[in-house]
Structures are given as structure tokens and as C-alpha cells.
Write a protein that binds this ligand. Structure first.
Ligand code: BDP
Length: 646
């Protein structure tokens, strides 16, 4: 008992020190990026639906800029089509050229802004794009309001002044989006011009990429207008810990538009009762008899969220309020364990993609809810956002269900040595800042992943990842990882990470067809990494393709039986190693997903446990049986959870 108490104190001290370090860190990005939520002082107008769309097929893809398409209605510039937002544009038109289009596409929509918003000069009107892939330029009524580099993360602009100039007419929003990937983008790519005119037409070029998912593009997440008062809550940061049964929420509120703001903070439980209050832009909320945030299948009441209600009153009388969901939990890593609330946590989960028929990477509620239902059905307690940040709404649901998330940035496919230059690094640092700024308050997010399988054996990778990882650590106290390919024996990133995440495809990419080598190779993999670094290890990817409906016994590659047998062989080793230092297993992949065309892909990657339409393959039932059994073995399976596979 005493040892346990001391340990708890120690953990508290460690957490508190981390908090203080984080507190003193200066915010690198100049503004916050709070998820738009309605409140008595904030309104939202969604701009989803059909937009007018035109792809720039001109030779240099630059006609839109040369002819200033943003200056007048897009339909006056040439032929336009309807395009749903949010959605990738690629699979919507019945047109092969559009599917593989590289370059600028133009979106436009007219919207009536409520007169009330315009008349009240002290109302800030913000235009927000949840994400658009890859580079975006935004105009309102022909006036440039913002630009943003990178898909998967939100950006916004204050547009009140521009709209008020033309009050009385609908406001025209034009967004140009370019999906071209270069050596300095994240993910990187190259454009290759084919100049042999006996083989290719003049001007012919292709986009080369080094990642294994379709480069879907367009406006992928919601576009909306929202309001705040002139003095407003710009950002909130919470860091939580607990001591015995007391929860501690350390908060900081960034206010814009007021030099001497009055800030009141209240933490409200699920039953509507206020459990703690504080005043000021920074402070500590102490919660007696705290309900901790626990992962799914680890507690009777997983995903417990308080509502942190922040109220601002400015000298001007302006009032603003914002309610942030807050989960109280800690995350710590030891030499061989991953701890949530000081208890060992074992990741039994999946890698996913934002990917589905027709909409590509477009945000889609039915798909999201279905996927969470499948995760719960499988007994999965976690997923990794391979290979880019997912929609914030997904993290909100994960928070509520207690599904644990490894949050990855789009640093995938960094294979060319030229992509380790300072320009790329600068951009990578900014992307990590944007990611942390967006997701720092989600209790479900327990670790940051800065990259997937970069060419980590190249000499410049060492300094690159050293800086990237230490910068990420300076932004937030969560553990940081980097997903490594088991092939790379000299991994330049591993010394700096908190948890080793390894991908391996034994008996698939290596020794294809030889199931019998999995056990020995996997044992060596784990032992080698642990001997070198003495850090907990997650098998962050493993798997095999299975074309649904293909069967063979004895198992042969691409059949459901082969996929199942690969998994079984991996599982035997996991079961030994999880007693030592392996702290998780994430299957590649949750569902089949689309890729570029190539001779190794049969209409996409087929390593899913589910088809792209979310129907189970044989492997899904195997994992379901396993995950529920593991949850049961830990002895914390909640009373309401029925072990479904007796
Ligand atoms: C891994 C990559 C992942 C691929 C997977 C595969 O991280 O993006 O989809 O291989 O080839 O190495 O299925």
C-alpha cells in the first residue's frame, strides 16, 4: 500500500513537472484553433452541400490565376459541374481524367450571411475549412482572405470586414485547391514530365508518390461560418492529472480583444453538477472524487467527460463562452509499460484510413458511426490515425467512447533524401504545431506519431528526427513516437522516441508464402529492438492481403485463410512478448482501402479485416475473439460488457 502511494506521488510529481514545462512553453502558432461549437455567444452556419466546381485543365494548370476566376462567378469562366462538399472530388464525376487529376481545382458557393451578423459590427465572422487537400487559396467576394498548406488540418480566416463591404448581396466564397505533391510537401511526392514524344503526348506528366493510399483531394471536411464577439476566447489548453481521488485540471485560456479580461471557469459533471470553479486566464481546478477518463473495456464507465465551461467578460462588456469536453487522465511510459491512469494499458486495436466508396476521404457521419460500432464489436480499444490526422469529430467520438488514439501527422512516404532538407523540416515542425494545437485537449489522444516509415537509415534522418521529436515534446507532454519499418536496422529516429512502433510484414513482403518463418523473425525483431533501446514496443502494423471470397487450404497468399494464418502466427508471439515489453498490436488494416493503381494492388489494398463496404472477412472474427479475450484476461472487463465469443 505504502509503495503504491509513493508511486502515485511520484507519478503526480512527474506529471506536474511536465505540466509546468509545457506551461512555460510559448505558443508557436499565433492563434488558437478551437473546434467550432455553438454557445450563447457563438453561432454556426454550415456551408456543406453542392458547390460549383471547375478543374483547371489548362496546360500549365494556371489559367484560373491568370484569368482571375475568383473575381466573378465561376460559371462565367467556363464549364462548371456540381461538387458535393465535403467529399473528395476524384470519384464523383464519371470521368477518368478527373479521378487522376493533378493541379488546381476551383470550388465556389454563394451564401446569404444573416443580416444580424452584418449589422452588429462587433460580431466577428470567421470562415473555417475543416480540411482541404493539399494547398488552398480562399477568396471572399474576390478578395483573398487566406492560404493554407497541407491537407487534414483546419484553417480559417476572419471575413467580417470583407463581407460587410458588400452587404445586401449574397457573399461568394471561392476556394482553389491544388493536390500537387512535391519534395517539400507532407506527404512528399514528385512530378515527372515524360519528354519522349514517341511514347507520351506533349506536356505529359505524372505524380509520383511513395505512400500506399490514393491521393484523394478536394474539400474533405465541413466548411462553415461562425461568429464570436470581438473580444473572444481564442484558445484553451488543459493538462490533467490526479492524486488519490482528487482530479487536477490545469488550464490556460488565451483571450483576444481584451487586455484585462475576466475569465470564469466551471467544470461540470455528466449529471450537470458543478464540481470545481476557478477564475483567471490560468488556473487549477481540483475535483474531489474524480471520475477518471478510462479506455473502453478497462472500466465500467469508460470515456467519462466533464464539460469545462469558460466564460469571458471583456472591459468592453463583450461576453464569450465556450464549453470544452475534458477527460481527466494521465499517460506515462516506463521501460516496458504504457500506463494510463498509472495502470498498464495494452493496445489491441487497428490502423485505419479515412476512405470509402465515392466520397474518398470526404467526411461522412454514417461511415464514422459505423466504424466505431465495428470497433466496439471487435473489442478494439484503440486506433492509430494512419497516415494523417483524422477529422476532429472522430476524436470527439473516441473521447466519448474511451477509444484510445495514436495521432499521426501526414509524414508518410519520406523516402527521398532531398526531403530531409530544412524547407521540409520547417514545414514538418509547423504541421506538428498545427496538429498539437488542434488535438491537445482530447483525452483519447495518448501519443503523437511524427512520421510513418521514413527512410530512417539515411544520415540526414538523424538530425531531422531529433529536432522534430524534441520540438513535438516541447509542445506537449504526451509521449512521441515514429513508426519504423522493421527493415531498417539503423534507425535514426528511435533513440528519441518514447515508444518503439514497428511495422513488419513477415511472410508477405518478406519470404512471401512462408508462414513458418513468422515466429522466428518476429521473436528476433522484438528482442533486437528491446535490447537496443529498452523501450516499450508496439507492433504498429502487420497483416496480409485477402481478396474477400478467395479461399484455399492449405492457405495460399491473397486468400482469407492465408490472412487468418498470418495473424495467428503473429498472435502466438505477441502473447509471449506482451508479458515482457510489447504493449500493443494494431492490425493493418481495419478495412480495405483505395490506392494508386499498380501491379501489386487489386482495386486497392486488401489487408482489411473488413471490406471497403465494411463487411467482415474471416480475419475480423479471429480478431474479435482475440481482443475480447485479452480484455477479459486483464481482469478489468466491465460488468456491462459481454464476452461475445465463448
Ligand atoms: C506499410 C505502410 C502502409 C501500407 C502497408 C502495405 O505503412 O501504408 O499500406 O505497408 O503495404 O509498410 O499494405
Amino acid at each position: 500500500q505504502k509503495a503504491h502511494m509513493t508511486f502515485q506521488w511520484l507519478m503526480w510529481l512527474v506529471n506536474f513537472t511536465c505540466l509546468t514545462v509545457v506551461w512555460t512553453w510559448c505558443h508557436c502558432l499565433h492563434a488558437g484553433m478551437l473546434f467550432p461549437r455553438e454557445s450563447p455567444t457563438r453561432e454556426i452556419k454550415e456551408l456543406n452541400g453542392l458547390w460549383t466546381f471547375r478543374a483547371d485543365f489548362s496546360q500549365n494548370r494556371n489559367a484560373g490565376f491568370e484569368k482571375a476566376w475568383f473575381k466573378r462567378p465561376l460559371s462565367e469562366t467556363g464549364p462548371v459541374i456540381d461538387m458535393p462538399v465535403p467529399s473528395s472530388f476524384n470519384d464523383v464525376p464519371q470521368d477518368a481524367q478527373m479521378r487522376d487529376f493533378i493541379g488546381w481545382v476551383w470550388y465556389e458557393r454563394e451564401v446569404w450571411v444573416p443580416m444580424r451578423w452584418l449589422q452588429d459590427q462587433s460580431t466577428r465572422i470567421v470562415l473555417r475549412v475543416g480540411s482541404a487537400h493539399y494547398y488552398s487559396v480562399v477568396w471572399v467576394n474576390g478578395v483573398l482572405v487566406t492560404e493554407h498548406e497541407g491537407g487534414h488540418l483546419p484553417f480559417e480566416a476572419e471575413v467580417g470586414a470583407v463581407i460587410r463591404k458588400d452587404a445586401g448581396i449574397p457573399c461568394r466564397i471561392t476556394i482553389a485547391v491544388n493536390n500537387t505533391l512535391s519534395l517539400n510537401t507532407l506527404p512528399p511526392g514528385t512530378i515527372q514530365y515524360m519528354t519522349d514524344h514517341s511514347k507520351y503526348p506533349p506536356g505529359y506528366f505524372v505524380q509520383n508518390i511513395n505512400f500506399d493510399f490514393f491521393n484523394y483531394a478536394g474539400i474533405h471536411r465541413s466548411v462553415l461560418l461562425y461568429t464570436t464577439p470581438e473580444a473572444y476566447i481564442d484558445d484553451i489548453t488543459v493538462q490533467t492529472t490526479f492524486l488519490d481521488s482528487t482530479g487536477i485540471v490545469n488550464y490556460s485560456v488565451a483571450v483576444v480583444g481584451s487586455d484585462r479580461p475576466t475569465v470564469k471557469v466551471a467544470l461540470v459533471g455528466k449529471d450537470g453538477r458543478c464540481v470545481a470553479t476557478a477564475n483567471g486566464t490560468t488556473g487549477i481546478l481540483k475535483v474531489a472524487e474524480v471520475n477518471l477518463w478510462w479506455p473502453y473495456l478497462m472500466h465500467d464507465n469508460p470515456g467519462y467527460l466533464y464539460s469545462m465551461e469558460v466564460r469571458l467578460t471583456a472591459e468592453s462588456g463583450d461576453k464569450d463562452s465556450y464549453a470544452l469536453p475534458v477527460g481527466v487522465r494521465t499517460v506515462n511510459v516506463t521501460e516496458s509499460k504504457f500506463l494510463i491512469n498509472s495502470k498498464p494499458f495494452y493496445f489491441h486495436g487497428v490502423n485505419k484510413h479515412e476512405d470509402s466508396d465515392i466520397r474518398g476521404k470526404g467526411f461522412d457521419w454514417p461511415l464514422i458511426v459505423k466504424d466505431f460500432n465495428l470497433l466496439k464489436w471487435m473489442g478494439a480499444n484503440s486506433f492509430r490515425t494512419s497516415h494523417y490526422p483524422y477529422a476532429e469529430e472522430i476524436l470527439d467520438v473516441a473521447d466519448r467512447l474511451g477509444i484510445v488514439v495514436i495521432d499521426e501527422c501526414p509524414g508518410v512516404g519520406i523516402k527521398d533524401i532531398r526531403s530531409f532538407d530544412p524547407i521540409s523540416l520547417d514545414h514538418h515542425l509547423v504541421v506538428m504545431e498545427e496538429l498539437v494545437r488542434r488535438d491537445k485537449n482530447h483525452p483519447s489522444v495518448v501519443m503523437w506519431s511524427v512520421a510513418n516509415e521514413p527512410a530512417a537509415e539515411m544520415p540526414p534522418a538523424g538530425p531531422y528526427f531529433k529536432q522534430l521529436i524534441s520540438h513535438t515534446k516541447s509542445l506537449d507532454s504526451r509521449p512521441v513516437t515514429f513508426i519504423t519499418d522493421s527493415n531498417y536496422s539503423r534507425d535514426q529516429g528511435a533513440p528519441y522516441v518514447d515508444v518503439i512502433c514497428v511495422n513488419s510484414y513477415f511472410s508477405w513482403y518478406h519470404d512471401p508464402g512462408h508462414l513458418e518463418v513468422i515466429s522466428i523473425q518476429l521473436h528476433s525483431q522484438f528482442d533486437d529492438w528491446y535490447r537496443k533501446y529498452q523501450k516499450p514496443i508496439i507492433q504498429s502494423e502487420y497483416g496480409a492481403d485477402a481478396v474477400p471470397g478467395l479461399h484455399s487450404d492449405p492457405p495460399t497468399m491473397f486468400t482469407e485463410e492465408y490472412q487468418k494464418t498470418v495473424l495467428q502466427n503473429y498472435h502466438k508471439v505477441f502473447d509471449q512478448k506482451r508479458k515482457e515489453f510489447v504493449v500493443g498490436e494494431l492490425i493493418w488494416n481495419f478495412a480495405d482501402f483505395m490506392t494508386a493503381q499498380g501491379i501489386t494492388r487489386v482495386v486497392g489494398n486488401k489487408k482489411g479485416m473488413f471490406t471497403r463496404q465494411r463487411q467482415p472477412k474471416t480475419g475480423a472474427f479471429l480478431l474479435r475473439e482475440r481482443y475480447w479475450r485479452i480484455a477479459n484476461e486483464t481482469g478489468v472487463l466491465p460488468t456491462w460488457a459481454k464476452y461475445p465469443c465463448q
